[in-house]
Write a protein that binds this ligand. Structure first.
Ligand SMILES: *Cc1c(COP(=O)(O)O)cnc(C)c1O
Length: 402
């Protein structure tokens, strides 16, 4: 369905949960001729990226950069720590937990999946039970997705560490922070994660194509015990390169690195605490609007408890076919692109047309979020989807700090 006049011209907002909005500073940093990869500015720059990346992950330990997307980051974490035939525990709260488990299976790793559904966080008692039941301590790692981008559930990583410690289980705690790093508070060292990984294209505001894998000394010790690690995935030379090319296992991803430099400059100029506080406030504005709409109509936040909602992505249920119709309407009429309802199909909605997601990660601010919410209100009005009043006022009050 189309409006009488399209208002889609102008600067668009890609409000999907990755790739996220790219800052002009990142785009401009990448707009340059191919640099020399043998000597000069690029080589000097890369050494400085590593400490600034570690500050984003809140770790004093090791960082390795891979030329791949998040799926490659999953492979990298596993390739260095868990051998084929060994076992991992996967507490899953959506499609991405299942996806990491699937990657492990593809490597010949045995997976024990604890499926907590698509609306609620890990039940840490059940995780503790599974770890206790592993009396032989054959579980080598727990594969934990901090924010599952499909469900927008945010899990308690520090709590999972406490469970491992209480049970006295030596499994590595490996955390997928692809959707959360640079958005939701994540403190690798303070929270006791042994491995953390993320991708370039979400909170880090660079095009897809890089994965960053952080690992501590326990994880490095697990690497040392591996029977073999394929050359490309081996994180040891990448984290301690004797030669520039060892950082990347070959040619450097030149332009991504210039983009990353610009993105890290922006993040650290703002400050990690402020980055997290900004994402939290913007998410609260979204929740306030959605709750108001939901008072009279079908829109519902997928995660009921605010304590377990991501600050970077919001999954919403509105009933088929409204989810898809709303996405199409805002795309065609106001230049706003929403995320699809990934992995949220149900027996009476096999294509997941009743769901959609809002990406609010990275380079987003108050006016963008108010525009996003105003756009949803316009779309629901145009499509005659019932919705409660006062949503924009409620969001504005949050933005105003009231
Ligand atoms: C986006 C995402 C992935 C997958 O990353 P790709 O770059 O698409 O491979 C994995 N896990 C989480 C939590 C994500 O948000």
């Amino acid at each position: 369905m189309s409006n009488d006049i399209s208002l889609a011209q102008g600067r668009e907002y890609l409000a999907i949960p990755g790739p996220s909005v790219m800052p002009d500073a990142v785009l401009q940093a990448m707009h340059r001729p191919a640099p020399n990869i043998y000597e000069g500015a690029l080589i000097d720059m890369v050494a400085g990226l590593i400490p600034d990346l570690k500050r984003v992950a809140r770790t004093a330990h090791n960082a390795a950069i891979y030329i791949c997307n998040g799926h490659g980051g999953w492979e990298a974490a596993l390739a260095n720590t868990v051998a084929p035939g060994e076992k991992v525990l996967v507490p899953a709260t959506g499609r991405f937990g299942m996806g990491w488990a699937d990657t492990a299976q593809g490597r010949g790793i045995e997976t024990q999946i604890l499926d907590f559904g698509r609306k609620t966080p890990w039940d840490l008692d059940q995780v503790a039970e599974a770890l206790r039941a592993d009396s032989g301590q054959t579980i080598k790692a727990v594969l934990a997705v901090h924010v599952d981008t499909s469900s927008s559930v945010r899990n308690d990583v520090a709590g999972l560490r406490r469970v491992l410690d209480e049970v006295g289980h030596p499994a590595l705690l490996m955390v997928d922070c692809i959707a959360s790093m640079g958005c939701d508070r994540f403190e690798m060292d303070a929270w006791g994660a042994d491995v953390a990984l993320t991708g370039s294209q979400k909170g880090l505001m660079v095009p897809p194509g890089l994965a960053y894998v952080f690992f501590n000394d326990r994880a490095a010790a697990a690497r040392a015990k591996m029977p073999r690690v394929s050359r490309y995935w081996d994180w040891s030379p990448r984290a301690e390169p004797e030669a520039f090319f060892q950082y990347f296992g070959g040619t450097a991803p030149t332009h991504h690195l210039f983009g990353l430099r610009a993105a890290l400059d922006m993040i650290h100029a703002e400050g990690m605490e402020h980055v997290w506080a900004r994402h939290a406030r913007l998410a609260q504005a979204i929740w306030a609007a959605c709750e108001a709409w939901g008072t009279e109509g079908p829109l519902r936040l997928n995660v009921a408890d605010p304590a377990y909602r991501s600050h970077a992505v919001t999954a919403l249920r509105i009933g088929a076919p409204h989810g898809t119709a709303l996405r199409r309407w805002v795309q065609d009429n106001i230049g706003l692109t929403l995320g699809i309802g990934l992995g949220m199909s149900e027996p009476d909605d096999p294509k997941g047309d009743g769901f959609f997601r809002l990406g609010h990660m990275g380079h987003v601010n108050g006016q963008m979020i108010l525009g996003l919410l105003g756009g949803l209100e316009a779309g629901m009005t145009a499509l005659e989807i019932p919705h409660g009043a006062g949503a924009i006022e409620a969001a504005a009050a949050v933005i105003a700090g009231r």
